[in-house]
Write a protein that binds this ligand. Structure first.
Ligand SMILES: *[C@@H]1O[C@H](CO)[C@@H](O)[C@H](O)[C@H]1NC(C)=O
Ligand SMILES: *[C@@H]1O[C@H](CO)[C@@H](O)[C@H](O)[C@H]1NC(C)=O
Ligand SMILES: *[C@@H]1O[C@H](CO)[C@@H](O)[C@H](O)[C@H]1NC(C)=O
Ligand SMILES: *[C@@H]1O[C@H](CO)[C@@H](O)[C@H](O)[C@H]1NC(C)=O
Ligand SMILES: *[C@@H]1O[C@H](CO)[C@@H](O)[C@H](O)[C@H]1NC(C)=O
Ligand SMILES: *[C@@H]1O[C@H](CO)[C@@H](O)[C@H](O)[C@H]1NC(C)=O
Length: 455
């Protein structure tokens, strides 16, 4: 177990009334992100503009738009809040679990005969493992309080904007607009930081649908931000060309409202990904990656992944020509594969989405044949040890530090044959194709936030 320095995001909003403003050509709304916060918090500070022109024009329509923006920011914050809440629930569950184990241990040590030495030792080990979580629990509770404060501050900003609209109508709209835009950007970057972390848990599965054959792949767009809700389904792993596109998840569940794309070149495996409106997939019997654009129904690009094995030479444990696994996370597009020089060990390459050029490559040292599947979250590759029942997330490779560790994160493999497993950073869920079932899992990420520098 590790201690995780925790998060946070503090947004301070101060609006200075028009009369008190001092002329200064450069001072606008300023958004700071503190690097020095002692608690390792992600601090966003917003300071209102010092205006040199108190424009008397009442620009109520423009102000209304501005208020809508603030409203939108509020909504983003709700999402953030939900995430934090979800993590907090997980932490609370862990906490109560810990209490149960702890009291059992106490009982057992008072009455040693109730437990044989082996299970006693097991229990003790478990508690030792769990103990470092305690300070993390405390941190999470205080984070939840901070979130409440943040929401109140944004509410206050809205009120101030209303007041400006009613009483003065005096702010320079363009200036305000620019600053709100900046605020959005900053909030977005804080959210991305807050959204990232180390995988510590996988929820129970939710079966969305049973469709198609035993092997296949399904997904939504992985790019952040994106409001594209289409769902794509690609049945089979060999020589397929037919991609079904559903308008929404609920259409996918009912099997209605879909269109078909017939790819000009067939695919191999199930490692496809949709990123920014294009499908990236491995061309049948080659190590070529194809970028197919859905809206224009055309291939934008083909490029070979240098020396990558293909044609079922280096698949995951289940076979199925799963040599090249493409995926996207918070930091962009990735290919997971192996080569003969890498002796069949998993290699990770970061790809440039426009050119498919390899930007950087890591050798994880983990044999691909012993991997059930792999997925990327926040620049970390997680590898399962099997595609069958009893599979666990067994290995993690950190591209940020080029280091690895063995993990033991269980998940319920309900239909006992996973032929696709991918993380969607936008929805923060795992998509899987399990024996003809399309299944989702939520993930719990412990946030590891460093405040130094900023995006
Ligand atoms: C607020 O969000 C809605 C829905 O996402 C969008 O249609 C609208 O244009 C946004 N308003 C502003 C001012 O950004
Ligand atoms: C929001 O405004 C109210 C009323 O002016 C004030 O009491 C409160 O402290 C403000 N909250 C924050 C977080 O700034
Ligand atoms: C790399 O990322 C992992 C997981 O997010 C984190 O635990 C670790 O501290 C990071 N290491 C460095 C050197 O930034
Ligand atoms: C997403 O695609 C659009 C065009 O469809 C392009 O302008 C934009 O740069 C792309 N964004 C990324 C991050 O690739
Ligand atoms: C791919 O593998 C099949 C079956 O092993 C073989 O018949 C075929 O020649 C291989 N094709 C290429 C391009 O390597
Ligand atoms: C994930 O969590 C959200 C919010 O708690 C919930 O609505 C959703 O059903 C969950 N999905 C899965 C797959 O557990």
């Amino acid at each position: 177990m590790h201690l995780f320095s925790a998060i946070f995001l503090l947004l301070m909003l101060a609006v200075v009334p028009c009369e008190t403003l001092y002329p200064s050509s450069e001072e606008g709304w300023q958004i700071y992100s503190s690097a020095q916060d002692v608690d390792g918090k992600c601090v966003c500070t917003v300071v209102a503009p010092a205006q040199n022109m108190c424009n008397r024009d009442a620009r109520s329509r423009q102000l209304r738009q501005l208020m809508e923006k603030v409203q939108n920011i509020t909504q983003s914050m709700e999402v953030l809040d939900l995430r934090t809440y979800r993590d907090l629930q997980y932490v609370r569950n862990t906490e109560s679990l810990m209490k149960v184990v702890d009291s059992k241990l106490k009982m057992a040590s008072e009455n040693p005969r109730s437990l044989n030495p082996k299970s006693f030792q097991e229990l003790k080990d478990k508690v030792t493992q769990l103990l470092p979580l305690l300070p993390v629990l405390e941190q999470y509770k205080s984070d939840a309080r901070m979130m409440g404060r943040l929401k109140e501050e944004v509410r206050n900003l809205s009120l101030v904007l209303i007041a400006i609209q009613e009483e003065m109508g005096a702010y320079d709209y363009e200036e305000l607009r620019q600053r709100v835009l900046l605020l959005e950007t900053r909030l977005h970057s804080c959210m991305q930081k807050l959204g990232c972390g180390k995988l510590t848990g996988v929820s129970n599965p939710i079966t969305v649908r049973a469709s198609g054959s035993r092997f296949g792949s399904w997904m939504t767009d992985t790019m952040i931000p994106s409001s594209d809700n289409r769902v794509w389904s690609m049945d089979g792993y060999l020589k397929g060309r037919r991609v079904l596109e559903y308008r929404t998840l609920s259409d996918f569940m009912k099997g209605q409202n879909f269109v078909q794309h017939l790819l000009p070149h067939p695919w191999a495996g199930t490692g496809h990904v949709v990123y920014n409106g294009s499908l990236y997939y491995n061309k049948y019997q080659s190590n070529i990656i194809i970028k197919y654009h859905f809206r224009s129904r055309s291939v934008l690009l083909q490029r070979s992944l240098p020396s990558a094995g293909y044609n079922n030479t280096f698949p995951y444990s289940w076979g199925g020509s799963s040599d090249i696994d493409l995926m996207a996370d918070e930091s962009g597009l990735w290919a997971v594969y192996t080569t003969i020089p890498n002796a069949g060990n998993i290699v990770i390459s970061r790809l440039e989405p426009q050119s498919l050029e390899v930007l950087q490559t890591w050798d994880t040292g983990f044999p691909k044949r012993s991997a059930g599947e792999a997925f990327m979250i926040c620049g970390t590759l997680y590898v399962t040890n099997s595609h069958l029942a009893g599979a666990k997330i067994h290995f993690a490779y950190y591209t940020n530090s080029s280091s690895y560790e063995y993990t033991d994160i269980p998940f319920h493999n309900q239909y006992s044959h996973i032929s696709m497993l991918d993380y969607n950073p936008r929805e923060r869920v795992l998509y899987t194709w399990n024996n003809g079932h399309q299944v989702l899992y939520n993930v719990t990420l412990f946030h590891v936030i460093k405040t130094s520098g900023d995006a």
